[in-house]
Ligand binder design. Structure first.
Ligand SMILES: [Zn+2]
Length: 280
């Protein structure tokens, strides 16, 4: 980890060209060419993808431009071997490293047209949500992570969209607690929270009222059957950037460890063997 003080003096977390350059270089080093989802206000919106026969992982960051801990954290995780590990273990992935580049460059939540992209996942979607949805259509993932930050947060909190049990929210918040402890509030964004973990009721009045304002990425992933487990991570924007980025690294690492244990590789190998047998 870079010394935190040095990092703060040298960081370029809102420098989109720099960020996309780092992703392109990392992709090249792994023989993975980023795909262009669309252009948005003179910036490229890219994704990196590796397809396969088993359900893999969906990762996205930067749909809100004023949340640089998320975009930085996702890159650090990938650059420290996270993406290489997925490729080596043949875990398919869809990765959107910066969905609102104009917002990141301008430190704004909304896009250049004042649209909250994270409310555009239903109906006639705007770019790049439309292109992202087209790209993911027909795919399902074992795990989906959407990375965010929140100015009101007093620690880390996360949403675990109800899915498979046992739930993992507490394990994840514990895995990051040494870097940023969980938000201690008993209610966060109108919802009951315990140790920074929120498991929203998906049909209750709060969700219905919320959905009237548009559908967010996490609920679209769940309702459209794109992912078995969906998490939204929220790091506290007022904490230092280095720790926020490191918290995202810890959360992504632990989620992938839980979702793809060594038994996953055994399953993959036997799938490949069976396919070879059928082909022979
Ligand atoms: Zn956000």
């Amino acid at each position: 980890m870079m010394d935190a003080a040095n990092f703060l003096h040298s960081h370029r977390s809102h420098d989109v060209t720099h960020l996309l350059g780092r992703w392109r270089r990392l992709g090249r080093s792994l023989r993975l060419r980023p795909a262009l989802l669309c252009r948005a206000a003179d910036f490229d919106v890219i994704c990196l993808e590796s397809r396969g026969k088993t359900p893999g992982v969906y990762l996205s960051a930067g749909i809100h431009g004023d949340e640089p801990g998320a975009t930085e954290g996702l890159f650090r995780w990938a650059a420290r071997g996270g993406m290489a590990e997925l490729l080596r273990r043949k875990i398919p992935f869809f990765l959107a490293p910066c969905l609102n580049p104009w917002g990141l460059a301008n430190n704004r939540r909304l896009d250049a047209n004042d649209v909250d992209l994270n409310r555009q996942f239903r109906g006639r979607a705007v770019s790049p949500v439309r292109e992202l949805r087209a790209r993911v259509r027909g795919h399902s993932y074992r795990l989906a992570l959407t990375l965010h930050e929140d100015y009101d947060a007093q620690g880390l909190y996360l949403y675990e969209v109800r899915g498979s049990t046992p739930f993992w929210g507490e394990l994840l918040s514990t895995a990051a607690a040494k870097i940023i402890p969980p938000d201690p509030r008993a209610r966060i964004e109108l919802r009951a929270a315990h140790g920074g973990v929120i498991r929203p009721g998906l049909t209750d009045a709060i969700t219905r009222r919320f959905l009237r304002g548009g559908c967010p990425e996490a609920l679209w992933l769940h309702f459209h059957g794109h992912a078995e487990r969906v998490f939204t991570f929220e790091t506290p924007s007022e904490f230092d950037l280095d720790r926020r980025a490191e918290t995202h690294v810890a959360l992504i690492t632990e989620s992938i460890r839980l979702a793809f244990p060594p038994t996953y590789d055994v399953l993959c190998r036997s799938l490949h063997r069976n396919r070879e047998k059928i082909q022979n």
